[in-house]
Ligand binder design. Sequence first.
Ligand code: PEP
Length: 251
Amino acid sequence: MRTKMVAGNWKMNKTLQEGVALATEIKEALKNQKPACEVVIATPFIHLATVSQVIEGSPIHLAAENCADKASGAFTGEVSAAMVRSTGAEYCILGHSERRAYYHEDYAILREKVLLALENGLKPIFCIGEVKEEREANIHEQVVKDQLEGSVFNLSAEDFAKVTLAYEPVWAIGTGLTATPEQAQEMHAYIRSLVEKKYGKQVADDTTILYGGSCNAKNAAELFANPDVDGGLIGGASLKAPDFCTIIAAR
Ligand code: PEP
């Protein structure tokens, strides 16, 4: 049975104090809720160590939103996978479309980041997805195939088993446009078929594939009802504890 998961991606939002307040509110709300899935919050680097203490003893797991593609050394302003892990974070989002687009993270850079995350005991949440023009040109399947082959299909089956995939059509991120449940299911099933071709049926069956892109308290249940949609990576709606907890309850 693969892990079902709802993960929040706070992006570059919330001061440290606001972040602590949000993590506390989610923790309190989940006391009554008893989540039926793995709950993850991905915070900015500066929040990690403090939020790690806030969520102790709760069902919430912690993620970073990124890590460096170098192990250590003279890389001013960067934060290594080892540093992330030392805060208590267990997961690391990698390959988010905003990192690919604005910080030019290509397949090779992401391959390094994934390897460093794994070497340091972090489980990658690896994002893939096509832009609007690619969907319109009907090459969305080829795009996600290339993204997987470029950065994670080099892993051993043992390491790949530690990776959570997140299908995030870029045209749906932060736009209010959501993939239809049919579009999400179709792509998730396709992604799982690629994993099966590469690693076999058992690994494919065990791979958690999240949907991300304007998933919210209203549409989450409909998206999660699909057999290959194992949960969500949630941006905007993860910044409000009641909405985030409603999405968790939908999984
Ligand atoms: C994201 O950035 O991973 C995301 C899914 O954002 P949003 O939910 O705001 O579309």
